[in-house]
Design a protein around this ligand. Sequence first.
Ligand code: ARG
Length: 278
Amino acid sequence: MNASARILMCPPEFYGIEYVINPWMNTERQADQPTAASQWNDLRRILGEHGATIELLTPVAGLPDLVFTANAALIYRCRAILSRFRHQQRQGEEEYDAAWLSENGFRVEVLPEDHFFEGAGDALFCGDTLFAGYRMRSQVSSHQLVAARINRRVLPVELVDPYYYHLDTCFCPLSAEVAAYFPGAFDDYGRQVFREHIPTLIEVDKDEARAFACNAVVIGSTVTTNTGCPFFHEQLRALGFTPVATPLGEFVKAGGSAKCLTLRLDGEDAAMWAHGDR
Ligand code: ARG
C-alpha cells in the first residue's frame, strides 16, 4: 500500500496544564516538560518513518493546547474550515491556525460567529461520510453548515460522556469500511449510526478507550496510538493493520493523544484514498 501523508504538528514548547476545560485536566497534575518533548519527538519520528511529511506550526507562549493541531480546522482538499473554539482559553489559537493555513496555500473559511466547531477533532470522514460529534464542543448546526459547504453527507452523533468530549477521542476511521469506536461514548442512536454505516466496526473496551486507543493516527495500514491498548492492537492485526504503540501520557493529562497532536493536511479523508474508493 502506498502510504504517504502530510501532517501538521506543533512542538510542545509552551505545552502545559494551565486551565481545566475537560475532565482529564487538573492544573495540579502538571505535564513534565522534558518527557512531553521526548514523547512528542518520538511520535513525530514514528509518523515520519511510516511515510508522513511533518510540517510544523510555530508554538506560541500562552497557548498550551496549540499542540493539538487536530483542532485547527477541518481540511477538505485545498480548503480549511477554521475552528471556532467553544472555550475562550483556546480561542486565541484561531488566528495562528488561520495564518499558517493561508500562508501554506489553503483557502481558509470561517463559520458564522455563534457556531462552535473544533475541526478534525470533531469531524472525521469514514468513506464518503463525515461523522461529526456534537454537544461537548462543536454544535450540530456547525456540522450542518460544514456539510453544506463541502457538499458531503454528514452524520451527527451526540457525545454523551464528558471524558470523550471530541469525536476523535472515541471514534477512529481506519479505512473506508473499517473503524473503531468506544460504544460507551454515544447514545443508542449514535451507536446505531455507526453500526448501520460502517461494515467493520471494532469495539474498544472501557480501559483501552481511557488509554486513548481510538485517538490513533492512521497512515495507510499503520495505526499509531498511545501505549496501553494491547487488545485493540490485536484486533487491528487481525484485520491486516500494523499497530504501533508510543507513550503519550504527558498529553493524556490534557485530554489528548496521538491523533489530537496531528492534522492531516492532505485531507481528513485522505486515509480513505489509499484504499482506492475514489
Ligand atoms: N486540552 C485540549 C482541549 O480540551 C485537548 C484537545 C485534544 N484534541 C483532540 N482533537 N481531541 O481542548
